[in-house]
Design a protein around this ligand. Structure first.
Ligand code: KE4
Length: 437
């Protein structure tokens, strides 16, 4: 076990003032058997906790840190901007620059509105879809997570799934009745909802590659079939690219899969780690937003200049270095090959899913993991033992089986080599503790 006395003390202190001692349940390390690590600093691919333990980081702030932590050019952009003031509550030109860049990187986006989180982006996109179509219902998929907006906390993934409350108390019947549930990679489940509610569905919101029940890859033609149903019934296709945006390519999953949604939600990378979300899409739809149109959405700190400076610099670097996505792909292929070699060498049942630089190791003897039902076959004890042993070996994965791991541009060949050897040690420990007994 790692030495974590300072984190434990800090956790005890935090719980006096913060519910559960954390400002987001996903970081609570619940069910891991250890107290959450309190972080002191991070640079590049490494993160260091207040006990002085340094880890190779695959959480990457849950996705934003694709450039690596505390990137020098990002820090200098922040430093330059902050001396001019922090927030004005008035438009600034950096907001226009990042908006223009987003429309260039993601061609399906004619207009984009900045908000402060992925949740705000998805909540607002759904309100816009309802206002534009004058319909009430939305379709989401079991196990997908779109933030903590009431409409989404129905069979939600990520922390809601990890902590066993996929249907959160506090969400009223009135709201829940307008959220219809489909099954990821099962197009029949979408078809039957459209047949049941042919004129009531405002939109279908989907993670084009899921990350919040672990990484699940859309199977042959699934996304295209969803898009076709949306067009057929007059519903909007909303891609939640909070996690996949600017990660799976410079234009996100929609560029990788060559699919054009009506609306796209962003978060994480678009802010480079600062609190930024955004949603955008066709001009004809987006112009229904206030002050241009009647659908209201607002925010004191939306487009905050510091956040925009960090987000713009992050996107600008990614956009001017397309070769970096090839580098990410190559690194991820090397990591995958090492992990798969360990899995067969150690001989415990694991399904490894990866798209680009996001991946999940599902501790299940199921032959494949392509659905929420498949995910439910995972051995959580095995994952948690893997997680704890990996920490001991200096590797920081998500404290949940239902999350993605993220490779970044700062992960060096040496980091990957160390990750593969640590991975083997962790698998051997899992085998010894949970399979050989
Ligand atoms: P935020 O409100 O947390 O910025 O974004 C919500 C959100 C929306 N859509 C997708 C696809 C997401 O993955 C998220 C947030 N992801 C989780 C991790 N899987 C955030 C971690 C947390 O809740 O602390």
């Amino acid at each position: 076990m790692i030495s974590n006395s300072h984190s434990s003390r800090a956790f005890t202190e935090a719980q006096k003032y913060i519910p559960g001692g954390v400002n987001s349940p996903a970081r609570s390390f619940k069910n891991t058997g250890i107290d959450p690590l309190f972080i002191d600093s991070a640079k590049g691919s490494k993160i260091t906790d207040i006990d002085g333990n340094t880890f190779i980081d695959y959480v990457a702030s849950w996705g934003p840190a694709i450039l690596g932590h505390a990137h020098d050019e990002v820090l200098s952009a922040l430093n330059e901007t902050m001396h001019k003031g922090i927030s004005f509550g008035a438009p600034t030109e950096i907001e226009t620059r990042i908006a223009e860049l987003v429309t260039r990187m993601v061609p399906s986006v004619d207009l984009v509105r900045m908000v402060n989180s992925g949740t705000e982006a998805t909540m607002s996109a759904v309100r816009l879809a309802r206002g534009y179509t004058k319909r009430n219902k939305i379709i989401k998929f079991e196990g997908c997570y779109h933030g903590h907006g009431d409409s989404f906390l129905i069979q939600a993934g990520s922390g809601a799934l990890t902590h066993g409350n996929p249907n959160s108390p506090g969400v009223t019947e009135g709201v829940a009745q307008d959220t219809l549930l489909a099954k990821y990679n099962e197009i029949e489940s979408v078809e039957s909802l459209f047949r049941e509610y042919p004129e009531d569905i405002a939109g279908v919101i989907i993670e084009p590659v899921t990350g919040n029940m672990g990484v699940i890859v859309p199977q042959n033609g699934f996304l295209e079939a969803v898009q076709k149903l949306c067009a057929q019934y007059g519903a909007l296709l909303i891609f939640d690219e909070v996690m996949t945006g600017f990660r799976l390519s410079s234009g996100g999953a929609q560029k990788r899969f060559n699919i054009t949604p009506d609306l796209t939600c962003f978060g994480k990378i678009i802010g480079g780690g600062m609190p930024v979300g955004a949603y955008g899409g066709k001009k004809e739809i987006m112009e229904h937003l206030a002050p241009k149109g009647p659908v209201y959405q607002a925010g004191t700190l939306s487009g905050n200049p510091l956040a925009m400076a960090v987000g713009y610099t992050t996107l600008h670097l990614l956009n001017t270095h397309p070769e970096w996505y090839e580098q990410l792909e190559k690194s991820a292929e090397i990591l995958e090959a090492g992990i798969r070699e360990n899995i067969s060498a150690v001989g415990i049942p694991i399904v490894f899913n990866r798209v680009g630089s996001m991946f999940t190791q599902f501790f299940t003897d199921h032959p494949a993991v392509n659905s929420f039902t498949d995910v439910s076959t995972c051995n959580i004890d095995a994952y948690m033992h893997f997680f704890r042993t990996s920490l001991h070996e200096g590797i920081y994965y998500a404290p949940s089986q239902y999350e993605a791991a993220f490779l970044g541009l700062a992960h060096s060949p040496e980091d990957i080599e160390k990750t593969i050897s640590a991975h083997k040690v962790a698998l051997q420990s899992v085998k010894q503790e949970l399979y050989d007994k």
